[in-house]
Ligand binder design. Structure first.
Ligand SMILES: [Zn+2]
Length: 372
């Protein structure tokens, strides 16, 4: 009898191994080696507005050396996983988010939402956890649900800060505001919540722009700019669409672009010194911003090339733009082209070209978030 009991508990103990964790669609997803039988849940209010959310996965085991990947998420203070008893694996999440939505489990996956007021994207309805008939894939469901992601669009420059200028009439601050407004409409049509750092031709200091995005708890920060050649002789040479993410600049062109966009910062010395801001860079944010940049760049080029022929791809590059410093979410800066280039400058004054740029940026953001 003792032997049988040992055998039985051994079976339970080794029955369902934790395999890995991922964050997708603002959900923590935990994968196991076999079907999850039961999950119990409770929460405890802590001080400083924090809540501890506890999930016990019955019959599950944590193999040695395994753990929740090194995740960070804006509403979450910490993620932990540990063997609570021989037959119970415990996941603890500490968060400032008041009430996390209901978790779900289906087959070998447990999904825990990281934000309140959102649907669990992985399932088509909340009663499906016991049903194995549903064959819809995660991706199908992800695209059919309304997103409630927040995007902050930053139209570069404004007011006394004109930005790049060409030929008397082409001004960066107007070009980028027009693209930003079109982008706002496109994202809203897709169900996103959108905020703009400026709604008109007003001057907004660079640090205020990311501060605003942090305050709005944005999922994405996107700063829109247009470039200019360094001098008149170079007007025919400099062209192309560039996307930058915040990281120490590696190329000369990235350094120059950053210096130009940063110029307005030199007026005030109330912000970070260069060394201070480098220490703020978070590895994971750099990786995510890079991914976002690639999706946005691909979709923008695809859209404009469909009607305007060859548009140069000048790549997705790291650079040290002040406007991206301090953003707590994936953040990129798009240089939509050179207003100084004869052809590209003309394109940037064309309403349909700007429409396609905005469409591409919106599709890139959507693609990035659907893989997150
Ligand atoms: Zn600019």
């Amino acid at each position: 009898m003792l032997f049988l009991t040992l055998l039985f508990s051994e079976r339970l103990f080794a029955g369902n191994n934790f395999i890995k964790s991922k964050i997708r669609q603002a959900e923590l997803r935990l994968y196991f080696s076999s079907k999850i039988e039961r999950v119990t849940y409770f929460s405890i209010p802590l001080k400083d507005g924090l809540t501890k959310y506890v999930y016990d996965i019955h019959g599950a085991t944590l193999p040695s050396g395994k753990g929740i990947s090194h995740h960070t998420f804006r509403t979450i203070k910490s993620f932990r996983i540990a063997q609570n008893s021989p037959t119970k694996l415990r996941v603890v999440i500490e968060s400032k988010e008041k009430a996390l939505d209901k978790h779900e489990f289906k087959g070998r996956m447990l999904i825990i939402p990281l934000i309140s007021g959102r649907y669990v994207v992985g399932f088509s309805d909340s009663n499906s956890s016991s049903s194995s008939k549903k064959s819809k894939t995660l991706k199908d469901n992800a695209t059919s649900k309304k997103y409630r992601y927040r995007v902050v669009i930053d139209a570069g420059h404004g007011g006394k800060d004109v930005g790049a200028i060409c030929c008397g009439d082409k001004k960066e601050k107007f070009v980028v505001f027009s693209i930003a407004s079109k982008l706002k409409k496109k994202l809203e049509a897709k169900g996103f919540k959108v905020y703009m750092t400026r709604d008109d031709d007003s001057f907004v200091k660079l640090p205020k722009r990311t501060e605003f995005a942090n305050k709005k708890k944005a999922d994405i920060f996107i700063s829109i700019h247009a470039n200019a050649a360094p001098n008149k002789q170079m007007r025919d040479i400099f062209k192309g669409i560039e996307v930058y993410y915040l990281s120490p600049a590696k190329t000369q062109r990235a350094k120059e672009a950053a210096e130009k966009e940063n110029a307005v910062m030199l007026e005030g010395k109330d912000f970070y010194t260069k060394n201070e801001y480098l220490s703020l860079l978070n590895r994971e944010k750099i990786v995510e911003s890079h991914k976002l940049g690639l999706d946005v760049s691909n979709k923008m080029l695809k859209n404009v090339r469909s009607h305007f022929g060859s548009v140069v791809n000048s790549g997705v590059k790291p650079a040290n733009f002040w406007v991206l410093v301090g953003a707590q979410m994936p953040a990129i800066l798009v240089e939509t082209g050179y207003i100084t280039h004869p052809k590209e400058g003309e394109n940037l004054m064309n309403n349909y070209y700007k429409e396609l740029l905005a469409k591409g940026i919106a599709e890139g953001i959507e693609r990035y978030l659907s893989h997150k």
